[in-house]
Ligand binder design. Structure first.
Ligand SMILES: *[C@@H]1O[C@H](CO)[C@@H](O)[C@H](O)[C@H]1NC(C)=O
Ligand SMILES: *[C@@H]1O[C@H](CO)[C@@H](O)[C@H](O)[C@H]1NC(C)=O
Length: 168
């Protein structure tokens, strides 16, 4: 009897854990406690200062990217968690399809408009000043009411926001 009860118990436990996993997956995304969830993504406000490329690399290693702000709701959500006296890199870089991040960081003279790192247009924006062609890396500017600025100097070491778990 023990011989038959044991395998079916194991199967039941397996089924139960599979069911729990599937339910969790279907419901709203649950974020680790050091991240904040909003609209299907988890955001991490990273308490480290890195260059634009290193910051993006850090986010990528966790399976994410520097945060995109595609609408005012996301802006409002993020700014509740940002410290106003710091600068925060966003996933904003030149739109030119051929331009790699690396050349973006060095080729200031190239004519380009900014786009989100997945190529999305910046249709919602919150600039302090419209960036000119030399300004290639975007961030949330400190003491600006969380408005955005772009800079020629992508090697500055700023805090940054990572976004995880998007469908992009
Ligand atoms: C993109 O890069 C390829 C190969 O480096 C080049 O042949 C092409 O002209 C480039 N396109 C643009 C739009 O710069
Ligand atoms: C860019 O920022 C880095 C780090 O703050 C600094 O060392 C460097 O001099 C800056 N470069 C320019 C061109 O301003």
């Amino acid at each position: 009897m023990g011989r038959t009860a044991f395998p079916s118990l194991t199967l039941m436990v397996l089924l139960l854990s599979w069911t729990c996993y599937a339910e969790e997956d279907e419901e709203t995304l649950s974020c680790p406690e050091y991240q904040e969830g909003f609209d299907g993504s988890c955001y991490e406000f990273v308490d480290q200062q890195r260059s634009f490329l290193n910051a993006q690399g850090w986010c990528e290693r966790g399976g994410g990217h520097l945060a995109f702000i595609l609408n005012d709701e996301t802006q409002q959500f993020l700014q509740k968690h940002l410290e106003p006296e710091r600068d925060w890199w966003l996933g904003l870089a030149p739109a030119a399809p051929n331009l790699t991040l690396e050349s973006a960081a060095t080729e200031g003279e190239r004519q380009s408009s900014l786009a989100w790192l997945d190529g999305s247009d910046v249709s919602y924006s919150n600039w302090v000043n419209m960036p000119d062609a030399q300004e290639v890396c975007g961030y949330v500017l400190r003491h600006s009411g969380f408005q955005w600025e772009a800079t020629v100097n992508c090697s500055q070491e700023l805090n940054f926001i990572c976004q995880f778990g998007t469908n992009s």
